[in-house]
Design a protein around this ligand. Structure first.
Ligand code: NAI
Length: 348
């Protein structure tokens, strides 16, 4: 594969470190570009066989057209979610691959980190103690044991989270468009309607993909159905939550606290250092001043194991493409229904 050239967009030092290591096995020519892939930068893909993009790159129709014009053969997403790719447009024109399950444990464990920090306020205790303040006033939490957790999206990540929450002794209610009765029985969990999940859960965690159906599923109406003081955790995608409605829910104390690893307008800020600049996004700025909101910068995936797995699988996906092999990790808009994957064939 020495002659194949890959252009990376939105590269960070850790991407380079893990991809350079994994590439020792594959031998691609990799160029790392720091900028996001978007309408302004797609033109730089000229001369490359593959473009490798990440969660906040924008692979809209115009960008895809430019990549095809530049004779890019493959788009390799180094992430699981692909809501930022116009897969309807790409179908039949350019293949897109991704890394569907690099470490569901990493994301589930980060969701739990948010739950535990928000509940027991360890992030606040850390600063208090460093400042010589040993008071525990205001740090009161609640036992997770015996409480009800609602998990939306029972896929790879949702399932890891369920195991951890069951370990705390929580009752777990779940919602997914596809039910798995055997799994429910094995894990002693219950599939319920969204309404029931909202009304009974003390902690709600989102693990479904961002689709037209799930966009803003957490909104004023769904929040009104929730228990007073509910804890909301989002490590899925920002667009699952209507942030203005969430802010309203926090202001009127309907939502007790929120742990957000993703935010619908995150692409400008997340992964970047704005510590010396003014944050012009008033919604994000409002979120950051709530004492009961914990925002992390899309870091749920960020473990050594996950990064090594992302790098290996991405380069393997690219190798399989050029070897003309079946693309297990291909994505297309038909994948959920009539995709040829069932016959172990490429989507088109
Ligand atoms: P998965 O594909 O294994 O599971 C997704 C589950 O959601 C499936 O069971 C599916 O049936 C269900 N689902 C689909 N549409 C639904 C709907 N309308 N309502 C309820 N459930 C629905 O995916 P996985 O690996 O568990 O990842 C889930 C999501 O987590 C990804 O789509 C991605 O957006 C996000 N993610 C976030 C990361 C982070 O660093 N914060 C890292 C990796 C993934």
């Amino acid at each position: 594969m020495e002659n194949k050239k890959i252009l990376f967009f939105d590269t960070k030092p850790y991407d380079k470190r893990f991809f350079d290591q994994a590439n020792k096995l594959f031998g691609f020519k990799i160029e790392y570009f720091n900028e996001h892939l978007n309408n302004n930068t797609a033109m730089f893909s000229k001369g490359y066989d593959v473009v490798c993009a990440f969660v906040n790159d924008d692979l809209n129709k115009q960008v895809l057209e430019q990549l095809m014009k530049n004779k890019v053969a493959l788009i390799a997403m180094r992430c699981a979610g692909y809501n930022n790719v116009d897969i309807k447009f790409s179908y039949g024109k350019i293949h897109v691959v991704r890394v569907p399950g690099y470490s569901p444990h990493a994301v589930a464990e980060h969701a739990v980190a948010l739950i535990l920090s928000l509940n027991r306020k360890t992030h606040k205790a850390y600063y208090r103690i460093r400042d010589g303040n040993f008071s525990i006033n205001g740090l009161i939490g609640f036992d997770l044991y015996g409480k009800t957790a609602g998990v939306i999206g029972v896929g790879k990540i949702g399932r890891c989270l369920i195991d951890i929450l069951k370990g705390f002794g929580m009752r777990v209610l779940v919602y997914d468009i596809a039910t798995d009765d055997k799994f429910a029985q094995e894990k002693d969990i219950k599939y319920v309607s969204l309404e029931e999940l909202y009304s009974q859960s003390d902690v709600i965690s989102l693990h479904s993909p961002l689709t037209r159906e799930t966009h803003h599923m957490i909104n004023a109406k769904s929040i009104s159905l929730m228990k007073d003081g509910v804890m909301l955790i989002n490590t899925g995608r920002g667009g699952l939550v209507n942030t203005q409605d969430l802010i309203q829910g926090l202001k009127n104390n309907k939502i007790g606290c929120a742990g957000l690893d993703v935010y619908e307008e995150e692409s400008e800020y997340f992964f970047e250092d704005f510590s010396n600049e003014v944050i012009n996004d008033d919604v994000l700025a409002r979120l950051l001043v709530f004492p009961n909101v914990l925002v992390t910068s899309h870091q749920a995936f960020f473990t050594k194991e996950a990064l090594a797995s992302i790098a290996h699988t991405t380069l393997l996906n690219i190798t399989n493409y050029f070897k003309n092999e079946y693309l297990e990790n291909e994505i297309c808009y038909k994948c959920e229904k009539e995709c040829l994957k069932k016959q172990k064939k490429r989507c088109f």
